[in-house]
Design a binder for this molecule. Structure first.
Ligand code: ATP
Length: 275
Protein backbone atom coordinates (compact mmCIF):
# COMPACT_ATOMS: atom_id res chain seq x y z
CA UNK A 1 0.00 0.00 0.00
CA UNK A 2 1.30 3.49 -0.80
CA UNK A 3 0.48 6.54 1.29
CA UNK A 4 -0.88 9.80 -0.11
CA UNK A 5 1.58 12.14 1.63
CA UNK A 6 4.88 11.99 3.42
CA UNK A 7 6.32 14.42 5.98
CA UNK A 8 10.02 14.80 6.86
CA UNK A 9 11.83 17.12 9.29
CA UNK A 10 14.61 19.26 7.74
CA UNK A 11 17.03 20.05 10.59
CA UNK A 12 19.37 23.04 10.70
CA UNK A 13 22.87 22.02 9.56
CA UNK A 14 25.65 23.34 11.77
CA UNK A 15 29.28 23.37 10.59
CA UNK A 16 31.26 22.96 13.83
CA UNK A 17 34.39 23.34 11.69
CA UNK A 18 34.76 24.45 8.09
CA UNK A 19 38.22 24.30 6.55
CA UNK A 20 38.66 25.49 2.98
CA UNK A 21 41.58 23.41 1.73
CA UNK A 22 41.72 24.25 -1.96
CA UNK A 23 39.96 25.19 -5.11
CA UNK A 24 39.51 23.03 -8.19
CA UNK A 25 40.14 24.26 -11.72
CA UNK A 26 36.35 24.29 -12.24
CA UNK A 27 35.97 26.79 -9.37
CA UNK A 28 34.51 24.41 -6.75
CA UNK A 29 36.06 24.80 -3.32
CA UNK A 30 37.51 21.80 -1.48
CA UNK A 31 36.14 21.58 2.05
CA UNK A 32 36.78 19.65 5.22
CA UNK A 33 33.96 20.11 7.71
CA UNK A 34 32.48 18.52 10.81
CA UNK A 35 28.72 18.83 10.53
CA UNK A 36 26.01 18.16 13.11
CA UNK A 37 22.25 18.67 13.01
CA UNK A 38 19.95 20.58 15.34
CA UNK A 39 16.51 19.69 16.68
CA UNK A 40 15.18 22.95 15.20
CA UNK A 41 14.37 23.06 11.52
CA UNK A 42 11.85 23.20 8.73
CA UNK A 43 9.16 20.63 7.92
CA UNK A 44 8.50 19.34 4.44
CA UNK A 45 5.35 17.53 3.29
CA UNK A 46 5.04 16.02 -0.19
CA UNK A 47 1.88 14.59 -1.72
CA UNK A 48 1.22 12.90 -5.06
CA UNK A 49 -0.09 15.41 -7.60
CA UNK A 50 -0.66 15.88 -11.33
CA UNK A 51 1.66 18.87 -11.49
CA UNK A 52 4.33 20.50 -9.32
CA UNK A 53 3.36 23.06 -6.70
CA UNK A 54 5.03 24.58 -3.65
CA UNK A 55 3.41 26.35 -0.73
CA UNK A 56 5.65 27.98 1.88
CA UNK A 57 4.19 28.61 5.35
CA UNK A 58 5.62 29.34 8.79
CA UNK A 59 7.41 32.16 10.61
CA UNK A 60 10.31 32.41 8.11
CA UNK A 61 8.26 32.09 4.90
CA UNK A 62 8.65 35.72 3.81
CA UNK A 63 10.90 36.07 0.77
CA UNK A 64 11.44 32.33 0.25
CA UNK A 65 10.87 31.51 -3.46
CA UNK A 66 7.86 29.32 -4.26
CA UNK A 67 8.97 28.27 -7.76
CA UNK A 68 11.86 26.43 -9.41
CA UNK A 69 14.34 28.73 -7.63
CA UNK A 70 13.49 26.86 -4.43
CA UNK A 71 15.75 23.85 -3.80
CA UNK A 72 12.69 21.83 -2.73
CA UNK A 73 11.25 22.22 -6.19
CA UNK A 74 14.54 21.30 -7.86
CA UNK A 75 14.86 18.22 -5.63
CA UNK A 76 11.39 17.02 -6.63
CA UNK A 77 12.21 17.61 -10.31
CA UNK A 78 15.43 15.63 -9.88
CA UNK A 79 13.42 12.78 -8.35
CA UNK A 80 11.29 12.83 -11.48
CA UNK A 81 7.74 12.84 -10.15
CA UNK A 82 5.30 15.77 -9.80
CA UNK A 83 4.33 16.48 -6.19
CA UNK A 84 2.56 19.11 -4.15
CA UNK A 85 5.12 20.34 -1.61
CA UNK A 86 4.37 22.21 1.59
CA UNK A 87 7.41 23.79 3.24
CA UNK A 88 6.88 24.94 6.81
CA UNK A 89 9.78 27.38 7.14
CA UNK A 90 11.25 27.93 10.62
CA UNK A 91 14.92 28.50 9.74
CA UNK A 92 16.16 31.91 8.57
CA UNK A 93 17.23 31.85 4.89
CA UNK A 94 20.76 32.58 3.63
CA UNK A 95 21.93 31.94 7.16
CA UNK A 96 24.74 29.37 6.89
CA UNK A 97 22.61 26.60 8.39
CA UNK A 98 21.75 24.96 5.10
CA UNK A 99 18.06 25.76 5.07
CA UNK A 100 17.67 25.16 1.35
CA UNK A 101 19.97 22.12 1.33
CA UNK A 102 18.26 20.50 4.31
CA UNK A 103 14.84 21.17 2.73
CA UNK A 104 16.02 19.59 -0.55
CA UNK A 105 17.32 16.51 1.26
CA UNK A 106 14.04 16.25 3.19
CA UNK A 107 12.06 16.38 -0.08
CA UNK A 108 14.20 13.55 -1.48
CA UNK A 109 13.72 11.44 1.65
CA UNK A 110 9.98 12.18 1.73
CA UNK A 111 9.67 11.20 -1.95
CA UNK A 112 11.63 8.00 -1.33
CA UNK A 113 9.02 7.08 1.29
CA UNK A 114 6.08 8.23 -0.82
CA UNK A 115 7.08 6.43 -4.00
CA UNK A 116 8.79 3.47 -2.35
CA UNK A 117 12.00 3.75 -4.35
CA UNK A 118 15.42 5.27 -3.69
CA UNK A 119 16.46 8.55 -5.30
CA UNK A 120 18.37 7.47 -8.39
CA UNK A 121 20.19 10.77 -8.96
CA UNK A 122 23.14 12.53 -7.38
CA UNK A 123 22.25 14.72 -4.35
CA UNK A 124 25.46 16.71 -5.00
CA UNK A 125 23.87 18.07 -8.18
CA UNK A 126 21.48 20.04 -5.94
CA UNK A 127 24.24 21.61 -3.84
CA UNK A 128 27.41 20.87 -1.87
CA UNK A 129 25.52 20.48 1.42
CA UNK A 130 22.76 18.19 0.14
CA UNK A 131 24.68 14.87 0.49
CA UNK A 132 25.46 15.52 4.17
CA UNK A 133 21.89 16.71 4.73
CA UNK A 134 20.68 13.33 3.39
CA UNK A 135 22.52 11.75 6.35
CA UNK A 136 21.11 14.41 8.76
CA UNK A 137 23.36 13.17 11.54
CA UNK A 138 26.92 13.98 12.69
CA UNK A 139 29.32 13.51 9.79
CA UNK A 140 32.56 14.69 8.25
CA UNK A 141 32.09 16.29 4.86
CA UNK A 142 35.04 16.45 2.46
CA UNK A 143 36.05 17.30 -1.10
CA UNK A 144 33.28 19.34 -2.76
CA UNK A 145 30.62 17.79 -0.50
CA UNK A 146 30.35 14.33 -2.04
CA UNK A 147 32.47 12.52 0.56
CA UNK A 148 30.37 12.11 3.70
CA UNK A 149 31.59 9.97 6.59
CA UNK A 150 29.09 9.48 9.44
CA UNK A 151 30.65 10.01 12.88
CA UNK A 152 29.85 8.73 16.33
CA UNK A 153 29.76 11.88 18.48
CA UNK A 154 27.99 12.69 21.75
CA UNK A 155 24.93 14.94 21.53
CA UNK A 156 26.08 18.52 22.13
CA UNK A 157 24.04 21.23 23.83
CA UNK A 158 24.08 24.47 21.85
CA UNK A 159 22.58 27.92 21.42
CA UNK A 160 22.15 29.20 17.86
CA UNK A 161 21.91 32.90 17.02
CA UNK A 162 21.26 34.63 13.71
CA UNK A 163 21.32 38.45 13.65
CA UNK A 164 18.72 38.44 10.83
CA UNK A 165 21.17 39.73 8.27
CA UNK A 166 21.37 37.58 5.13
CA UNK A 167 24.87 36.68 3.98
CA UNK A 168 25.44 35.61 0.36
CA UNK A 169 27.71 32.54 0.31
CA UNK A 170 29.55 33.51 -2.95
CA UNK A 171 30.50 36.92 -1.51
CA UNK A 172 32.10 35.26 1.53
CA UNK A 173 34.12 32.82 -0.60
CA UNK A 174 35.22 35.73 -2.79
CA UNK A 175 36.50 37.63 0.27
CA UNK A 176 38.44 34.60 1.56
CA UNK A 177 42.16 35.47 1.79
CA UNK A 178 43.59 31.95 1.26
CA UNK A 179 42.09 28.87 -0.27
CA UNK A 180 44.88 26.44 0.65
CA UNK A 181 44.27 26.14 4.37
CA UNK A 182 45.16 23.08 6.46
CA UNK A 183 42.54 20.33 6.73
CA UNK A 184 41.05 19.32 10.07
CA UNK A 185 43.36 17.57 12.53
CA UNK A 186 42.58 13.88 13.16
CA UNK A 187 39.51 13.49 15.38
CA UNK A 188 40.26 12.62 19.02
CA UNK A 189 40.23 8.92 19.96
CA UNK A 190 37.95 9.70 22.87
CA UNK A 191 34.51 10.82 21.79
CA UNK A 192 33.67 12.21 25.25
CA UNK A 193 32.28 15.75 24.99
CA UNK A 194 35.34 17.19 26.80
CA UNK A 195 37.74 15.68 24.26
CA UNK A 196 35.54 16.89 21.40
CA UNK A 197 35.45 20.44 22.83
CA UNK A 198 39.25 20.45 23.18
CA UNK A 199 39.71 19.24 19.62
CA UNK A 200 37.14 21.71 18.24
CA UNK A 201 38.96 24.63 19.84
CA UNK A 202 41.99 23.82 17.66
CA UNK A 203 39.96 23.73 14.43
CA UNK A 204 38.47 26.66 12.50
CA UNK A 205 35.83 28.03 10.24
CA UNK A 206 37.94 29.61 7.50
CA UNK A 207 34.91 31.57 6.29
CA UNK A 208 34.46 33.33 9.63
CA UNK A 209 37.04 36.16 9.16
CA UNK A 210 35.80 37.17 5.68
CA UNK A 211 32.17 36.88 6.79
CA UNK A 212 32.83 39.09 9.83
CA UNK A 213 34.44 41.60 7.47
CA UNK A 214 31.30 41.69 5.34
CA UNK A 215 28.82 41.51 8.21
CA UNK A 216 29.90 43.17 11.49
CA UNK A 217 26.78 41.81 13.22
CA UNK A 218 28.51 38.40 13.24
CA UNK A 219 31.21 39.78 15.57
CA UNK A 220 28.48 41.19 17.80
CA UNK A 221 26.74 37.79 17.94
CA UNK A 222 30.02 36.00 18.70
CA UNK A 223 30.71 38.52 21.46
CA UNK A 224 27.32 37.89 23.04
CA UNK A 225 27.65 34.10 22.78
CA UNK A 226 31.21 34.12 24.15
CA UNK A 227 30.06 35.96 27.27
CA UNK A 228 27.39 33.37 28.21
CA UNK A 229 28.04 31.42 31.42
CA UNK A 230 29.80 28.12 30.84
CA UNK A 231 30.36 28.52 27.10
CA UNK A 232 32.86 25.98 25.76
CA UNK A 233 33.14 27.30 22.21
CA UNK A 234 31.53 30.00 20.06
CA UNK A 235 31.92 29.96 16.28
CA UNK A 236 30.15 30.80 13.03
CA UNK A 237 28.40 28.09 10.97
CA UNK A 238 28.80 27.77 7.20
CA UNK A 239 29.18 31.13 5.49
CA UNK A 240 27.21 32.85 8.27
CA UNK A 241 25.68 34.76 9.70
CA UNK A 242 24.35 32.13 12.15
CA UNK A 243 26.73 31.39 15.03
CA UNK A 244 26.60 28.69 17.67
CA UNK A 245 27.83 28.32 21.23
CA UNK A 246 28.44 24.89 22.80
CA UNK A 247 27.88 23.99 26.44
CA UNK A 248 28.17 21.09 28.88
CA UNK A 249 25.07 18.92 28.91
CA UNK A 250 23.78 20.24 32.27
CA UNK A 251 23.82 23.94 31.28
CA UNK A 252 20.41 25.71 31.42
CA UNK A 253 20.58 26.84 27.78
CA UNK A 254 16.80 27.26 27.39
CA UNK A 255 16.81 30.03 30.01
CA UNK A 256 19.97 31.56 28.52
CA UNK A 257 18.38 31.61 25.08
CA UNK A 258 15.26 33.29 26.48
CA UNK A 259 17.39 36.00 28.14
CA UNK A 260 19.40 36.54 24.95
CA UNK A 261 16.21 36.80 22.90
CA UNK A 262 14.83 39.39 25.37
CA UNK A 263 18.05 41.43 25.15
CA UNK A 264 18.15 41.23 21.32
CA UNK A 265 14.53 40.98 20.13
CA UNK A 266 15.54 41.31 16.46
CA UNK A 267 17.80 38.22 16.57
CA UNK A 268 16.75 34.63 15.89
CA UNK A 269 17.77 32.59 18.94
CA UNK A 270 17.33 28.85 19.54
CA UNK A 271 18.48 26.48 22.28
CA UNK A 272 19.08 23.07 20.73
CA UNK A 273 20.79 19.69 20.94
CA UNK A 274 23.15 18.82 18.10
CA UNK A 275 23.34 15.18 17.01
P1 ATP B 1 24.33 27.04 3.17
O1 ATP B 1 24.53 26.87 4.63
O2 ATP B 1 24.14 25.74 2.42
O3 ATP B 1 25.28 28.00 2.52
P2 ATP B 1 22.29 28.96 3.62
O4 ATP B 1 21.60 28.53 4.88
O5 ATP B 1 23.33 30.02 3.75
O6 ATP B 1 22.89 27.69 2.95
P3 ATP B 1 19.75 28.99 2.25
O7 ATP B 1 18.86 29.12 3.44
O8 ATP B 1 19.75 27.70 1.54
O9 ATP B 1 21.25 29.42 2.56
O10 ATP B 1 19.31 30.18 1.27
C1 ATP B 1 20.13 30.71 0.25
C2 ATP B 1 19.21 31.28 -0.84
O11 ATP B 1 18.57 30.20 -1.51
C3 ATP B 1 18.08 32.16 -0.32
O12 ATP B 1 18.40 33.50 -0.48
C4 ATP B 1 16.84 31.76 -1.11
O13 ATP B 1 16.48 32.73 -2.05
C5 ATP B 1 17.23 30.50 -1.85
N1 ATP B 1 16.44 29.29 -1.49
C6 ATP B 1 16.20 28.28 -2.31
N2 ATP B 1 15.51 27.33 -1.70
C7 ATP B 1 15.31 27.71 -0.43
C8 ATP B 1 14.67 27.12 0.69
N3 ATP B 1 14.08 25.93 0.60
N4 ATP B 1 14.70 27.80 1.84
C9 ATP B 1 15.31 29.00 1.92
N5 ATP B 1 15.90 29.62 0.89
C10 ATP B 1 15.92 28.98 -0.29
Amino acid sequence: MTSAASEVFAPAKINLTLHVTGRRADGYHLLDSLVMFADVGDRVTVARADHMSLTVTGPMAAGVPTDARNLCWRAAEAFGQPVAITLDKHLPAAAGIGGGSSDAAAVLRAMEQLFGRPFGGDPLSLGADVPVCMVAHAARMQSIGEIVTPLDLPPLRAVLVNPRVEVATPAVFKALARRDNAPMMPLPDSRQADAVFGWLADQRNDLQPPAEGLCPEISQVLGALSSLDGVRLARMSGSGATCFALFDSDTPTEAMARDLQAAFPQWWVAATILT
